[in-house]
Write a protein that binds this ligand. Sequence first.
Ligand SMILES: Cc1cc2nc3c(=O)[nH]c(=O)nc-3n(C[C@H](O)[C@H](O)[C@H](O)COP(=O)(O)OP(=O)(O)OC[C@H]3O[C@@H](n4cnc5c(N)ncnc54)[C@H](O)[C@@H]3O)c2cc1C
Ligand SMILES: NC(=O)c1ccc[n+]([C@@H]2O[C@H](COP(=O)([O-])OP(=O)(O)OC[C@H]3O[C@@H](n4cnc5c(N)ncnc54)[C@H](O)[C@@H]3O)[C@@H](O)[C@H]2O)c1
Length: 481
Amino acid sequence: MSDRVDVAVIGAGHAGLNAVKEIRRVTDSYLLVNGGSLGTTCARVGCMPSKVAIHLGDIYAMRKHFQRYGIDGADSLRIDGASALEHIRDLRDTFVDLVLANTTDEMEDELVDGHARFIDAHTIEVGDRTIRARAFVIATGASTVVPADWRESFGDAILTVEDLFELESLPKSLAVIGLGPIGLELGQALRRLGVDVVGFESSTNLARLQDPIINQAAVEIVRREFPIWLGAPAQIERAEGGVRVRAADREQVVEKVLVAIGRRPNLAGLGLEGIGCLVDEHGVPLYDSRTLQIGRLPIFIAGDATGGVANLQIAAEQGRIAGYNACHEIHRHYERRTPMAIVFSDPNIASVGVPWSELDQSQVVFGQQRFGPVGRALILGQNRGLLHLYADRRTGVVLGGAMVGPRCEHLAHLLSWGVQQQMTVKEMLRMPFYHPVIEEALQDCLHGLEKKLDSLPPKPGWLERLFPGRGRRPAGAEASA
Ligand SMILES: Cc1cc2nc3c(=O)[nH]c(=O)nc-3n(C[C@H](O)[C@H](O)[C@H](O)COP(=O)(O)OP(=O)(O)OC[C@H]3O[C@@H](n4cnc5c(N)ncnc54)[C@H](O)[C@@H]3O)c2cc1C
Ligand SMILES: NC(=O)c1ccc[n+]([C@@H]2O[C@H](COP(=O)([O-])OP(=O)(O)OC[C@H]3O[C@@H](n4cnc5c(N)ncnc54)[C@H](O)[C@@H]3O)[C@@H](O)[C@H]2O)c1
Protein backbone atom coordinates (compact mmCIF):
# COMPACT_ATOMS: atom_id res chain seq x y z
CA MET A 1 0.00 0.00 0.00
CA SER A 2 1.31 3.44 -0.86
CA ASP A 3 0.24 6.91 0.35
CA ARG A 4 1.18 10.39 -0.70
CA VAL A 5 0.57 13.27 1.75
CA ASP A 6 1.77 16.78 2.47
CA VAL A 7 3.19 16.01 5.92
CA ALA A 8 3.74 12.85 7.96
CA VAL A 9 4.33 13.12 11.70
CA ILE A 10 6.18 10.26 13.38
CA GLY A 11 5.25 9.84 17.04
CA ALA A 12 1.97 10.65 18.81
CA GLY A 13 3.31 12.16 22.04
CA HIS A 14 2.79 15.80 23.00
CA ALA A 15 5.32 16.96 20.42
CA GLY A 16 3.70 14.98 17.59
CA LEU A 17 0.13 15.85 18.58
CA ASN A 18 0.95 19.56 18.73
CA ALA A 19 2.64 19.29 15.35
CA VAL A 20 -0.58 17.80 13.96
CA LYS A 21 -2.60 20.71 15.41
CA GLU A 22 -0.48 23.18 13.41
CA ILE A 23 -0.52 21.08 10.25
CA ARG A 24 -4.32 20.77 10.33
CA ARG A 25 -4.62 24.55 10.11
CA VAL A 26 -3.05 24.34 6.67
CA THR A 27 -3.88 20.97 5.16
CA ASP A 28 -5.98 17.83 5.61
CA SER A 29 -3.34 15.85 3.79
CA TYR A 30 -1.32 14.43 6.69
CA LEU A 31 -0.65 11.16 8.49
CA LEU A 32 0.31 10.50 12.11
CA VAL A 33 2.41 7.38 12.49
CA ASN A 34 2.80 5.89 15.96
CA GLY A 35 4.67 2.75 16.93
CA GLY A 36 3.82 1.49 20.45
CA SER A 37 1.10 2.50 22.89
CA LEU A 38 -0.93 5.61 22.25
CA GLY A 39 -1.59 8.08 25.05
CA THR A 40 1.79 9.93 25.38
CA THR A 41 4.71 9.32 27.72
CA CYS A 42 3.49 12.14 29.96
CA ALA A 43 0.09 10.58 30.64
CA ARG A 44 1.01 6.87 30.44
CA VAL A 45 4.25 6.56 32.40
CA GLY A 46 5.65 10.05 32.98
CA CYS A 47 4.55 13.33 34.51
CA MET A 48 1.06 12.29 35.52
CA PRO A 49 1.27 8.81 37.15
CA SER A 50 4.49 9.87 38.89
CA LYS A 51 2.70 12.88 40.40
CA VAL A 52 -0.16 10.66 41.58
CA ALA A 53 2.38 8.40 43.31
CA ILE A 54 4.03 11.47 44.89
CA HIS A 55 0.66 12.76 46.10
CA LEU A 56 -0.24 9.42 47.71
CA GLY A 57 3.17 9.26 49.36
CA ASP A 58 2.82 12.81 50.69
CA ILE A 59 -0.62 12.13 52.16
CA TYR A 60 0.53 8.93 53.89
CA ALA A 61 3.70 10.63 55.19
CA MET A 62 1.54 13.28 56.90
CA ARG A 63 0.59 10.71 59.56
CA LYS A 64 4.01 11.28 61.10
CA HIS A 65 2.95 14.79 62.17
CA PHE A 66 -0.46 13.79 63.52
CA GLN A 67 0.55 13.24 67.12
CA ARG A 68 2.19 16.66 67.25
CA TYR A 69 -1.06 18.16 65.95
CA GLY A 70 -3.10 16.38 68.60
CA ILE A 71 -4.52 13.75 66.24
CA ASP A 72 -4.47 10.26 67.76
CA GLY A 73 -4.33 6.88 66.05
CA ALA A 74 -1.67 7.48 63.39
CA ASP A 75 0.18 4.33 64.48
CA SER A 76 -2.68 2.16 63.33
CA LEU A 77 -2.78 3.62 59.81
CA ARG A 78 -1.60 1.17 57.13
CA ILE A 79 -1.21 1.54 53.41
CA ASP A 80 -2.36 -1.18 51.03
CA GLY A 81 0.27 -1.03 48.30
CA ALA A 82 -1.87 -2.95 45.80
CA SER A 83 -4.76 -0.49 46.18
CA ALA A 84 -2.40 2.48 45.95
CA LEU A 85 -1.00 1.11 42.69
CA GLU A 86 -4.51 0.51 41.41
CA HIS A 87 -5.45 4.11 42.17
CA ILE A 88 -2.37 5.32 40.28
CA ARG A 89 -3.39 3.19 37.28
CA ASP A 90 -7.01 4.40 37.48
CA LEU A 91 -5.97 8.04 37.36
CA ARG A 92 -3.34 7.23 34.74
CA ASP A 93 -6.09 5.74 32.57
CA THR A 94 -8.17 8.88 33.03
CA PHE A 95 -5.27 11.06 31.87
CA VAL A 96 -4.66 8.79 28.88
CA ASP A 97 -8.38 8.86 27.96
CA LEU A 98 -8.38 12.66 28.17
CA VAL A 99 -5.44 12.84 25.76
CA LEU A 100 -6.91 10.30 23.35
CA ALA A 101 -10.39 11.84 23.39
CA ASN A 102 -9.15 15.15 22.04
CA THR A 103 -6.66 13.76 19.57
CA THR A 104 -6.24 10.32 18.03
CA ASP A 105 -9.79 9.15 18.86
CA GLU A 106 -10.98 11.75 16.36
CA MET A 107 -8.72 10.37 13.63
CA GLU A 108 -9.58 7.63 11.20
CA ASP A 109 -7.33 6.91 8.25
CA GLU A 110 -4.91 9.64 9.34
CA LEU A 111 -3.58 7.43 12.15
CA VAL A 112 -1.12 4.74 11.15
CA ASP A 113 -0.03 2.09 13.64
CA GLY A 114 3.60 0.99 13.35
CA HIS A 115 7.23 1.99 13.49
CA ALA A 116 8.49 4.24 10.73
CA ARG A 117 11.75 3.82 8.85
CA PHE A 118 13.12 6.31 6.31
CA ILE A 119 13.84 5.03 2.80
CA ASP A 120 14.79 8.46 1.53
CA ALA A 121 14.17 12.05 2.63
CA HIS A 122 10.61 11.95 1.21
CA THR A 123 9.65 8.35 1.95
CA ILE A 124 9.09 6.18 5.00
CA GLU A 125 8.08 2.57 5.37
CA VAL A 126 5.66 1.50 8.09
CA GLY A 127 5.26 -2.28 7.96
CA ASP A 128 4.23 -3.06 4.39
CA ARG A 129 3.05 0.49 3.78
CA THR A 130 5.05 3.14 1.95
CA ILE A 131 4.34 6.78 2.78
CA ARG A 132 5.63 9.61 0.64
CA ALA A 133 5.43 13.13 2.07
CA ARG A 134 6.67 16.59 1.19
CA ALA A 135 7.88 16.98 4.79
CA PHE A 136 8.17 14.98 8.00
CA VAL A 137 8.16 15.73 11.72
CA ILE A 138 10.11 13.30 13.91
CA ALA A 139 8.62 13.29 17.41
CA THR A 140 9.49 9.81 18.62
CA GLY A 141 10.29 10.68 22.26
CA ALA A 142 12.84 8.86 24.40
CA SER A 143 13.10 5.67 26.47
CA THR A 144 14.90 4.72 29.66
CA VAL A 145 18.50 3.67 29.23
CA VAL A 146 19.03 0.18 30.67
CA PRO A 147 22.50 -1.36 30.37
CA ALA A 148 22.27 -4.23 27.87
CA ASP A 149 23.04 -7.09 30.23
CA TRP A 150 20.88 -5.91 33.16
CA ARG A 151 17.56 -7.04 31.74
CA GLU A 152 18.99 -10.36 30.55
CA SER A 153 20.74 -11.13 33.81
CA PHE A 154 18.28 -9.76 36.35
CA GLY A 155 14.92 -10.09 34.57
CA ASP A 156 11.93 -8.99 36.65
CA ALA A 157 14.14 -7.48 39.34
CA ILE A 158 14.80 -4.59 36.96
CA LEU A 159 12.13 -1.89 36.83
CA THR A 160 11.85 1.29 34.78
CA VAL A 161 9.07 3.87 34.68
CA GLU A 162 7.68 1.93 31.75
CA ASP A 163 6.75 -1.02 34.04
CA LEU A 164 6.78 0.38 37.60
CA PHE A 165 3.09 1.31 37.63
CA GLU A 166 2.10 -2.10 36.28
CA LEU A 167 3.25 -3.85 39.49
CA GLU A 168 0.49 -5.66 41.39
CA SER A 169 2.13 -4.97 44.74
CA LEU A 170 4.92 -2.81 46.08
CA PRO A 171 8.32 -4.45 46.62
CA LYS A 172 9.64 -4.64 50.18
CA SER A 173 12.94 -3.08 49.20
CA LEU A 174 14.19 -1.13 46.20
CA ALA A 175 17.40 0.48 45.00
CA VAL A 176 16.95 3.52 42.80
CA ILE A 177 19.89 3.88 40.45
CA GLY A 178 20.20 7.44 39.20
CA LEU A 179 18.86 10.34 41.29
CA GLY A 180 17.94 12.70 38.48
CA PRO A 181 14.37 14.05 38.52
CA ILE A 182 12.85 10.61 37.88
CA GLY A 183 14.87 8.69 40.44
CA LEU A 184 14.42 11.30 43.16
CA GLU A 185 10.69 11.86 42.64
CA LEU A 186 9.84 8.17 42.46
CA GLY A 187 12.37 7.03 45.06
CA GLN A 188 10.91 9.42 47.62
CA ALA A 189 7.31 8.59 46.70
CA LEU A 190 7.96 4.85 47.06
CA ARG A 191 9.78 5.40 50.35
CA ARG A 192 6.74 7.28 51.63
CA LEU A 193 4.51 4.45 50.47
CA GLY A 194 6.42 2.09 52.76
CA VAL A 195 9.13 0.66 50.48
CA ASP A 196 12.63 0.36 51.95
CA VAL A 197 14.43 2.59 49.42
CA VAL A 198 18.11 3.28 48.93
CA GLY A 199 19.30 5.72 46.25
CA PHE A 200 22.51 5.61 44.19
CA GLU A 201 23.80 8.53 42.14
CA SER A 202 27.10 8.55 40.28
CA SER A 203 27.52 12.34 40.38
CA THR A 204 27.45 14.41 43.56
CA ASN A 205 24.32 16.27 42.40
CA LEU A 206 20.74 15.49 43.21
CA ALA A 207 18.11 16.05 40.54
CA ARG A 208 20.71 17.57 38.20
CA LEU A 209 21.05 20.57 40.53
CA GLN A 210 23.98 22.77 39.52
CA ASP A 211 23.80 25.32 42.34
CA PRO A 212 26.16 23.82 44.97
CA ILE A 213 24.52 25.56 47.94
CA ILE A 214 21.05 24.35 47.06
CA ASN A 215 22.39 20.91 46.16
CA GLN A 216 23.99 20.60 49.59
CA ALA A 217 20.74 21.70 51.28
CA ALA A 218 18.70 19.24 49.18
CA VAL A 219 21.05 16.34 49.93
CA GLU A 220 20.80 17.03 53.67
CA ILE A 221 16.99 17.17 53.56
CA VAL A 222 16.52 14.05 51.40
CA ARG A 223 19.02 12.05 53.50
CA ARG A 224 16.79 12.48 56.55
CA GLU A 225 14.24 10.31 54.81
CA PHE A 226 16.22 7.57 53.08
CA PRO A 227 19.86 6.72 52.42
CA ILE A 228 21.34 8.23 49.27
CA TRP A 229 24.84 7.33 48.18
CA LEU A 230 26.43 9.85 45.89
CA GLY A 231 29.61 10.04 43.86
CA ALA A 232 30.09 6.54 42.42
CA PRO A 233 28.32 4.64 39.63
CA ALA A 234 26.23 1.70 40.78
CA GLN A 235 26.75 -1.85 39.54
CA ILE A 236 24.49 -4.79 40.20
CA GLU A 237 24.93 -8.54 40.69
CA ARG A 238 22.81 -11.50 41.73
CA ALA A 239 22.54 -12.15 45.45
CA GLU A 240 20.56 -14.48 47.64
CA GLY A 241 17.12 -13.01 48.10
CA GLY A 242 17.45 -10.43 45.32
CA VAL A 243 20.00 -8.19 43.72
CA ARG A 244 23.14 -6.69 45.23
CA VAL A 245 23.81 -3.07 44.28
CA ARG A 246 27.35 -1.81 44.74
CA ALA A 247 28.83 1.67 44.45
CA ALA A 248 32.40 2.24 45.63
CA ASP A 249 32.52 0.71 49.14
CA ARG A 250 28.74 0.69 49.64
CA GLU A 251 26.49 -2.26 48.92
CA GLN A 252 22.91 -3.24 49.57
CA VAL A 253 20.80 -6.28 48.72
CA VAL A 254 17.30 -5.35 47.50
CA GLU A 255 14.29 -7.06 45.98
CA LYS A 256 14.01 -4.70 42.97
CA VAL A 257 16.03 -2.05 41.20
CA LEU A 258 14.48 1.03 39.60
CA VAL A 259 16.77 2.11 36.78
CA ALA A 260 16.61 5.88 36.28
CA ILE A 261 20.00 6.65 34.74
CA GLY A 262 18.64 8.79 31.92
CA ARG A 263 16.57 8.57 28.76
CA ARG A 264 17.77 8.18 25.18
CA PRO A 265 15.95 9.49 22.08
CA ASN A 266 14.04 6.82 20.12
CA LEU A 267 15.89 7.28 16.85
CA ALA A 268 17.77 4.01 16.40
CA GLY A 269 15.31 2.27 14.07
CA LEU A 270 14.46 5.29 11.91
CA GLY A 271 17.21 4.70 9.35
CA LEU A 272 18.37 8.32 9.55
CA GLU A 273 21.98 7.41 8.81
CA GLY A 274 20.88 6.06 5.42
CA ILE A 275 19.37 9.36 4.21
CA GLY A 276 22.35 11.64 4.63
CA CYS A 277 21.72 12.96 8.15
CA LEU A 278 24.78 13.99 10.09
CA VAL A 279 24.39 12.73 13.64
CA ASP A 280 26.11 13.66 16.91
CA GLU A 281 27.86 11.20 19.25
CA HIS A 282 24.46 10.15 20.68
CA GLY A 283 22.98 9.41 17.27
CA VAL A 284 20.84 12.58 17.29
CA PRO A 285 20.73 14.25 13.87
CA LEU A 286 22.25 17.72 13.67
CA TYR A 287 19.38 20.18 13.47
CA ASP A 288 18.86 23.93 13.56
CA SER A 289 17.84 24.66 17.15
CA ARG A 290 15.59 27.53 15.97
CA THR A 291 13.76 26.06 12.98
CA LEU A 292 14.16 22.45 14.20
CA GLN A 293 15.05 21.44 10.64
CA ILE A 294 17.51 18.59 10.15
CA GLY A 295 20.23 19.85 7.82
CA ARG A 296 18.59 20.93 4.59
CA LEU A 297 16.23 17.96 4.55
CA PRO A 298 12.45 18.42 4.61
CA ILE A 299 12.51 16.83 8.06
CA PHE A 300 11.92 18.55 11.41
CA ILE A 301 12.47 17.18 14.90
CA ALA A 302 10.75 18.00 18.21
CA GLY A 303 10.41 16.99 21.85
CA ASP A 304 12.44 14.34 23.67
CA ALA A 305 13.62 12.97 20.31
CA THR A 306 15.95 15.99 20.08
CA GLY A 307 17.91 14.73 23.10
CA GLY A 308 17.61 18.26 24.59
CA VAL A 309 15.86 19.29 27.80
CA ALA A 310 13.04 16.81 28.29
CA ASN A 311 9.93 18.51 29.52
CA LEU A 312 6.35 18.60 28.48
CA GLN A 313 6.03 22.30 27.71
CA ILE A 314 9.15 22.27 25.56
CA ALA A 315 7.96 19.15 23.69
CA ALA A 316 4.58 20.78 22.98
CA GLU A 317 6.06 24.10 21.86
CA GLN A 318 8.70 22.49 19.67
CA GLY A 319 5.98 20.27 18.19
CA ARG A 320 3.99 23.36 17.19
CA ILE A 321 7.03 25.01 15.59
CA ALA A 322 8.08 21.82 13.78
CA GLY A 323 4.51 21.28 12.52
CA TYR A 324 4.28 24.87 11.31
CA ASN A 325 7.67 24.76 9.59
CA ALA A 326 6.87 21.43 7.94
CA CYS A 327 4.12 23.12 5.94
CA HIS A 328 5.40 26.67 5.46
CA GLU A 329 8.28 27.90 3.33
CA ILE A 330 9.06 30.75 5.71
CA HIS A 331 9.99 29.22 9.00
CA ARG A 332 9.12 30.23 12.54
CA HIS A 333 11.83 30.18 15.14
CA TYR A 334 11.75 28.23 18.36
CA GLU A 335 13.22 30.29 21.15
CA ARG A 336 13.40 28.80 24.56
CA ARG A 337 11.67 30.81 27.25
CA THR A 338 13.40 31.46 30.56
CA PRO A 339 14.72 28.05 31.61
CA MET A 340 12.83 26.52 34.52
CA ALA A 341 13.15 23.04 35.99
CA ILE A 342 10.97 21.83 38.82
CA VAL A 343 11.36 18.53 40.63
CA PHE A 344 8.23 17.56 42.53
CA SER A 345 10.03 16.03 45.49
CA ASP A 346 9.07 17.17 48.98
CA PRO A 347 10.34 19.78 49.42
CA ASN A 348 10.27 20.86 45.78
CA ILE A 349 13.56 21.55 44.05
CA ALA A 350 13.74 24.14 41.28
CA SER A 351 16.19 26.07 39.13
CA VAL A 352 15.30 29.17 37.12
CA GLY A 353 17.05 31.42 34.65
CA VAL A 354 20.78 31.54 34.01
CA PRO A 355 22.23 28.19 35.07
CA TRP A 356 24.90 28.24 37.77
CA SER A 357 27.58 27.06 35.32
CA GLU A 358 26.92 30.06 33.06
CA LEU A 359 27.01 32.77 35.74
CA ASP A 360 29.93 35.17 35.68
CA GLN A 361 30.31 35.07 39.46
CA SER A 362 32.31 38.32 39.57
CA GLN A 363 29.30 40.16 38.08
CA VAL A 364 26.63 38.63 40.30
CA VAL A 365 25.22 39.51 43.69
CA PHE A 366 23.70 36.58 45.56
CA GLY A 367 20.83 36.52 48.02
CA GLN A 368 19.86 33.68 50.35
CA GLN A 369 16.75 33.08 52.38
CA ARG A 370 16.05 30.08 54.61
CA PHE A 371 12.48 28.81 54.81
CA GLY A 372 13.00 28.16 58.55
CA PRO A 373 11.53 31.47 59.80
CA VAL A 374 8.91 31.87 57.03
CA GLY A 375 5.55 31.99 58.84
CA ARG A 376 3.50 30.00 56.33
CA ALA A 377 6.20 27.33 56.04
CA LEU A 378 6.15 26.94 59.83
CA ILE A 379 2.36 26.61 59.83
CA LEU A 380 2.60 23.89 57.18
CA GLY A 381 5.30 22.07 59.15
CA GLN A 382 7.46 22.29 56.02
CA ASN A 383 10.06 24.92 56.79
CA ARG A 384 13.19 23.11 55.69
CA GLY A 385 14.91 24.58 52.69
CA LEU A 386 16.74 27.45 51.13
CA LEU A 387 16.22 29.99 48.37
CA HIS A 388 19.23 31.32 46.45
CA LEU A 389 18.79 34.24 44.04
CA TYR A 390 21.20 35.75 41.53
CA ALA A 391 21.11 39.39 40.36
CA ASP A 392 23.32 41.31 37.98
CA ARG A 393 25.71 43.44 39.99
CA ARG A 394 25.64 46.35 37.58
CA THR A 395 21.96 46.65 36.69
CA GLY A 396 20.20 44.84 39.53
CA VAL A 397 18.38 42.69 36.96
CA VAL A 398 17.31 39.35 38.43
CA LEU A 399 19.11 36.59 36.55
CA GLY A 400 17.62 33.52 38.20
CA GLY A 401 18.05 31.28 41.17
CA ALA A 402 17.70 27.85 42.66
CA MET A 403 15.70 26.62 45.59
CA VAL A 404 14.69 23.69 47.72
CA GLY A 405 11.66 24.32 49.86
CA PRO A 406 7.90 24.10 50.32
CA ARG A 407 5.74 24.92 47.29
CA CYS A 408 8.76 26.03 45.29
CA GLU A 409 6.88 24.97 42.15
CA HIS A 410 5.02 28.26 42.56
CA LEU A 411 8.02 30.39 43.59
CA ALA A 412 9.88 29.09 40.53
CA HIS A 413 7.08 30.35 38.28
CA LEU A 414 7.01 33.75 39.94
CA LEU A 415 10.76 34.07 39.66
CA SER A 416 10.84 32.91 36.04
CA TRP A 417 8.18 35.46 35.07
CA GLY A 418 10.30 38.18 36.64
CA VAL A 419 13.44 36.92 34.90
CA GLN A 420 11.67 36.67 31.56
CA GLN A 421 10.46 40.27 31.94
CA GLN A 422 14.07 41.25 32.78
CA MET A 423 12.87 42.83 36.00
CA THR A 424 15.28 44.34 38.50
CA VAL A 425 15.24 43.43 42.17
CA LYS A 426 13.50 46.74 42.93
CA GLU A 427 10.87 46.17 40.25
CA MET A 428 10.08 42.70 41.58
CA LEU A 429 9.76 44.17 45.06
CA ARG A 430 7.14 46.60 43.75
CA MET A 431 4.92 43.62 42.84
CA PRO A 432 2.12 42.74 45.30
CA PHE A 433 2.76 40.16 48.04
CA TYR A 434 0.23 38.81 50.54
CA HIS A 435 0.58 37.46 54.07
CA PRO A 436 1.10 34.80 55.32
CA VAL A 437 2.28 33.08 52.15
CA ILE A 438 5.35 31.15 51.01
CA GLU A 439 5.97 33.96 48.51
CA GLU A 440 7.18 36.06 51.44
CA ALA A 441 10.39 33.98 51.28
CA LEU A 442 10.95 35.44 47.81
CA GLN A 443 10.13 38.94 49.06
CA ASP A 444 12.59 38.61 51.98
CA CYS A 445 15.29 37.25 49.68
CA LEU A 446 14.76 40.16 47.27
CA HIS A 447 14.99 42.63 50.18
CA GLY A 448 18.33 41.06 51.14
CA LEU A 449 19.54 41.39 47.56
CA GLU A 450 18.35 44.98 47.36
CA LYS A 451 20.35 45.85 50.47
CA LYS A 452 23.48 44.29 49.02
CA LEU A 453 23.03 46.03 45.67
CA ASP A 454 22.38 49.40 47.35
CA SER A 455 25.56 49.07 49.34
CA LEU A 456 27.71 48.63 46.22
CA PRO A 457 29.63 51.75 45.16
CA PRO A 458 27.85 53.47 42.22
CA LYS A 459 29.54 53.06 38.87
CA PRO A 460 29.88 55.86 36.30
CA GLY A 461 27.31 55.69 33.51
CA TRP A 462 25.24 53.19 35.53
CA LEU A 463 21.82 54.50 34.52
CA GLU A 464 22.63 55.06 30.85
CA ARG A 465 23.97 51.56 30.56
CA LEU A 466 20.99 50.13 32.38
CA PHE A 467 18.31 51.11 29.88
CA PRO A 468 19.83 50.31 26.47
CA GLY A 469 20.82 46.86 27.69
CA ARG A 470 17.44 46.02 29.14
CA GLY A 471 15.16 46.04 26.07
CA ARG A 472 11.55 45.39 27.09
CA ARG A 473 10.80 42.62 24.59
CA PRO A 474 10.25 39.49 26.68
CA ALA A 475 13.10 37.06 26.05
CA GLY A 476 11.90 34.03 24.14
CA ALA A 477 8.89 35.66 22.49
CA GLU A 478 8.26 33.78 19.29
CA ALA A 479 9.83 35.49 16.33
CA SER A 480 9.08 35.00 12.66
CA ALA A 481 11.80 35.01 10.06
C1 LIG B 1 8.66 9.40 34.87
C2 LIG B 1 8.66 10.70 34.11
C3 LIG B 1 8.22 11.83 34.74
C4 LIG B 1 8.20 13.04 34.03
N1 LIG B 1 7.75 14.15 34.69
C5 LIG B 1 7.71 15.32 34.04
C6 LIG B 1 7.20 16.47 34.68
O1 LIG B 1 6.80 16.44 35.84
N2 LIG B 1 7.15 17.62 33.98
C7 LIG B 1 7.58 17.70 32.68
O2 LIG B 1 7.49 18.78 32.08
N3 LIG B 1 8.07 16.62 32.05
C8 LIG B 1 8.14 15.44 32.69
N4 LIG B 1 8.61 14.33 32.05
C9 LIG B 1 9.09 14.49 30.67
C10 LIG B 1 7.90 14.52 29.67
O3 LIG B 1 7.02 13.47 29.95
C11 LIG B 1 8.45 14.41 28.25
O4 LIG B 1 9.39 15.44 28.04
C12 LIG B 1 7.37 14.52 27.18
O5 LIG B 1 6.27 13.70 27.48
C13 LIG B 1 7.95 14.14 25.81
O6 LIG B 1 6.98 14.16 24.81
P1 LIG B 1 7.32 13.68 23.33
O7 LIG B 1 6.14 13.97 22.49
O8 LIG B 1 8.63 14.22 22.91
O9 LIG B 1 7.54 12.09 23.43
P2 LIG B 1 6.50 10.88 23.75
O10 LIG B 1 5.33 11.34 24.53
O11 LIG B 1 7.36 9.82 24.32
O12 LIG B 1 5.99 10.46 22.32
C14 LIG B 1 6.74 9.73 21.41
C15 LIG B 1 5.84 8.80 20.63
O13 LIG B 1 6.56 8.26 19.52
C16 LIG B 1 6.27 6.88 19.37
N5 LIG B 1 7.40 6.29 18.63
C17 LIG B 1 8.65 6.02 19.06
N6 LIG B 1 9.41 5.53 18.06
C18 LIG B 1 8.63 5.50 16.94
C19 LIG B 1 8.84 5.13 15.57
N7 LIG B 1 10.01 4.71 15.12
N8 LIG B 1 7.81 5.23 14.70
C20 LIG B 1 6.61 5.68 15.13
N9 LIG B 1 6.35 6.06 16.40
C21 LIG B 1 7.35 5.98 17.30
C22 LIG B 1 6.10 6.40 20.81
O14 LIG B 1 5.33 5.22 20.90
C23 LIG B 1 5.36 7.60 21.44
O15 LIG B 1 3.96 7.47 21.30
C24 LIG B 1 8.64 13.11 32.70
C25 LIG B 1 9.06 11.95 32.04
C26 LIG B 1 9.08 10.75 32.74
C27 LIG B 1 9.50 9.50 32.02
N1 LIG C 1 9.73 17.12 37.21
C1 LIG C 1 10.17 17.05 35.98
O1 LIG C 1 10.15 18.01 35.22
C2 LIG C 1 10.69 15.77 35.48
C3 LIG C 1 10.44 14.61 36.18
C4 LIG C 1 10.97 13.44 35.69
C5 LIG C 1 11.70 13.46 34.52
N2 LIG C 1 11.91 14.59 33.85
C6 LIG C 1 12.75 14.62 32.64
O2 LIG C 1 13.01 13.31 32.17
C7 LIG C 1 14.36 13.20 31.75
C8 LIG C 1 14.97 11.93 32.28
O3 LIG C 1 15.10 12.00 33.70
P1 LIG C 1 16.08 11.01 34.47
O4 LIG C 1 16.02 11.38 35.90
O5 LIG C 1 15.82 9.61 34.08
O6 LIG C 1 17.48 11.31 33.78
P2 LIG C 1 18.69 12.28 34.13
O7 LIG C 1 19.63 12.10 33.02
O8 LIG C 1 18.19 13.62 34.46
O9 LIG C 1 19.32 11.66 35.46
C9 LIG C 1 19.95 10.41 35.49
C10 LIG C 1 20.93 10.38 36.64
O10 LIG C 1 21.49 9.08 36.70
C11 LIG C 1 22.86 9.18 37.07
N3 LIG C 1 23.53 7.93 36.68
C12 LIG C 1 23.87 7.50 35.43
N4 LIG C 1 24.44 6.28 35.49
C13 LIG C 1 24.46 5.91 36.80
C14 LIG C 1 24.90 4.75 37.51
N5 LIG C 1 25.42 3.67 36.91
N6 LIG C 1 24.79 4.73 38.86
C15 LIG C 1 24.24 5.78 39.51
N7 LIG C 1 23.80 6.89 38.89
C16 LIG C 1 23.88 6.96 37.56
C17 LIG C 1 23.31 10.45 36.33
O11 LIG C 1 24.45 11.01 36.96
C18 LIG C 1 22.09 11.36 36.45
O12 LIG C 1 22.13 12.20 37.59
C19 LIG C 1 15.09 14.43 32.28
O13 LIG C 1 15.51 15.21 31.18
C20 LIG C 1 14.09 15.16 33.09
O14 LIG C 1 14.16 16.56 32.89
C21 LIG C 1 11.42 15.76 34.30
